[in-house]
Design a protein around this ligand. Structure first.
Ligand SMILES: NC(=O)C1=CN([C@@H]2O[C@H](COP(=O)(O)OP(=O)(O)OC[C@H]3O[C@@H](n4cnc5c(N)ncnc54)[C@H](OP(=O)(O)O)[C@@H]3O)[C@@H](O)[C@H]2O)[C@@H](O)CC1
Ligand SMILES: [K+]
Length: 537
């Protein structure tokens, strides 16, 4: 797993590295060399480097120096003369570079900048990095717009200029990078809010050779889960399994209004590997589900006048639930008094539980003031996975704003920290999904935009349930198993987008691609471990 840091922790890391004997000036040299190396890969003849007032600009000045010494023609744009740059380290390297074979442009007009952009093969954006805050000021607001209008190949240093590295928020404008070369460790803002739209391909320059020895000394905002991290869940089934040893799932879902959600979740659980799946649905929609899923038994449950779970549903569902390795509750069940009772009843049972969709809305309604105040939550010991999207998550924490990855992690941590259990995981679903536990925040591979379609969440909940049933006995870290399920869902998105076209994917397409998605994930894990295509370990 690869750590992702907050900007405060990056500063702490720099201080630790300095204490270990590598100064910030040396780090800037290493950063600039790394940028130059990444730019050189693009084989440019003419590079334009835009620098700002701070150390982000310093990285750019070093890169200019290195590239020009390799015989590449370099133009450097600066807002002020090198002697007037306020940041000490940046001023030092700017003076040095200005004395070498680079062309300098101090405070160019928009037309002059456009002319420079026209002759450049690659543009390096070293205008603003982690020190950026507030609204963009001139001249950078003009530079950024001019660069984006010209749409050249752009390599951003550390962070695309204009992006708040703490939150991923873009207020006015931001460099649209083809590649972002981030230093020491990726910043959380690169994954949050507007970040993914502007970052392009992300490359990290660790710079410090003994990073392994110091990275544990700072807090990680999150960790990126790589294919090799989930390889344990991608193994073949042992030859001696039977349907019971593969685990069983009870899907508590559906209503006359939304029988489809129950169908998709149950079928996905079976496709994800559970040996036995059963649906408990309000009686009036049970037959529709039976017809759609001939291989899956459906138990009709007492219902209310609207065809949702009724007053007697709780005991019927809870009696059944005890017999399963895992229970998934929520898809399509609507918010009803009976549904609230079912969700609370399942919370009190000693069975691994996934609460999704309307089960979460039921819970939010039942616990005014936030779920962190609900006794059923912190009394529970069996594993509990909750899968809210941002709106559901906001309801669960009493209405706090949840609008991006950073605020979603905050809200999810409020829930898991209140319960304080290793067995509680909140999957904060969004463009970048975070898997949040008491001690860890994991970022599994994100899927394509095609996954943003109705019913996609029901498929994810099913994959999660099937995976939990199959692997429950072999789990040390629940966050990792959940990350596996999220990654498989992402792979179904890529496979479906390829087959049906990015805009045409519908949720039912994803279900039959769960198997192929596991193959894709398996191949990628083996490749990254050097075990595929005769690469040899
Ligand atoms: N330290 C290290 O060891 C290493 C650091 N490294 C590099 O340093 C970078 C961080 O450098 P940094 O802290 O100097 O901040 P940086 O992003 O250059 O910007 C500060 C300048 O921008 C200005 N400014 C702010 N907001 C603005 C706005 N809205 N509109 C306009 N201007 C605005 C701000 O002005 P002020 O707020 O002071 O008025 C100040 O003048 C980091 O991203 C990485 O690239 C690497 O080399 C590795 C080693
Ligand atoms: K930048």
């Amino acid at each position: 797993m690869k750590p992702v840091l907050s900007t405060d922790e990056v500063v702490r890391l720099e201080d630790i590295i300095e204490k270990e004997g590598t100064s910030k000036a040396e780090l800037m040299e290493l950063a600039g060399e790394f940028v130059a190396q990444e730019v050189e890969r693009l084989k440019p003849r003419h590079v334009l480097i835009l620098t700002g007032f701070g150390n982000n600009g310093g990285d750019g000045w070093v890169a200019a120096d290195v590239l020009s010494q390799k015989g590449i023609s370099v133009d450097v744009v600066t807002p002020v003369e090198p002697d007037e740059i306020p940041a000490v380290l940046a001023r030092h390297v700017a003076r040095r570079t200005a004395a070498r074979d680079v062309s300098l442009y101090v405070g160019p007009s928009r037309d002059e900048l456009s002319a420079l952009l026209e002759k450049a093969d690659v543009v390096v954006d070293a205008i603003l990095g982690t020190g950026f805050h507030g609204s963009l000021r001139s001249p950078f607001s003009i530079w950024i717009r001019t660069v984006n209008d010209a749409s050249p190949v752009v390599v951003s240093v550390d962070v695309p200029s204009g992006l708040d590295a703490r939150t991923g928020h873009v207020e006015d404008d931001c460099i649209r990078a083809d590649r972002t070369v981030t230093m020491l460790a990726p910043k959380i803002g690169l994954y949050s809010g507007d970040g993914p739209e502007y970052v392009g391909e992300l490359v990290c320059g660790e710079l410090y050779e003994k990073m392994d020895e110091v990275i544990g000394d700072v807090e990680h905002a999150a960790e990126i889960v790589e294919p090799a991290d989930i390889v344990d869940y991608l193994q073949h089934l042992p030859a001696n399994v039977d349907k019971y040893s593969r685990g069983s799932v009870l899907v508590v879902a559906g209503s006359t209004q939304y029988p489809g959600a129950a169908i998709m979740a149950a079928k996905s659980a079976a496709r994800a590997g559970a040996g036995y799946v059963c649906v408990a649905a309000p009686e009036p929609c049970a037959n529709i589900i039976r017809l759609a899923l001939p291989s899956i038994p459906v138990v009709g449950i007492p219902y209310d006048s609207r065809g949702s779970f009724g007053a007697a549903a709780r005991s019927a569902v809870c009696d059944l639930a005890k017999k399963y390795s895992c229970v998934l509750c929520g898809p399509g069940m609507t918010v009803s008094a009976g549904g609230m009772d079912v969700a609370l009843g399942l919370l009190e049972l000693d069975v691994p539980l996934i609460l999704d969709a309307d089960a979460l809305n039921c819970l939010a309604k039942a616990s005014i003031g936030g779920i962190d105040q609900t006794p059923e939550m912190y009394r529970r010991e069996a594993p509990l996975i909750m899968t809210p999207h941002y709106r559901e998550l906001s309801r669960l924490v009493g209405g706090d704003e949840v609008s991006d990855l950073v605020s979603a992690i905050d809200a999810a941590q409020k829930i898991v920290w209140a319960a304080g259990s290793d067995n509680l995981v909140v999957v904060a679903k969004g463009p970048t999904t975070a898997v949040v536990g008491v001690e860890k925040v994991l970022l599994p591979m994100s899927g394509p935009a095609s996954l943003a379609t109705a019913g996609s969440g029901d498929v994810l909940a099913g994959i999660l349930a099937g995976s939990m049933a199959l692997w429950a006995d072999q789990v040390d870290i629940w966050e990792l198993l959940v990350s596996y399920a999220v990654a498989i869902h992402s792979y179904t998105g890529f496979a479906a987008a390829e087959e049906y076209g990015e805009k045409s994917v519908i949720a039912t397409d994803l279900i039959d691609l769960i198997g192929p998605a596991m193959h894709l994930a398996g191949d990628e894990a083996l490749r990254s471990l050097g075990l595929l295509d005769g690469e040899g370990a």
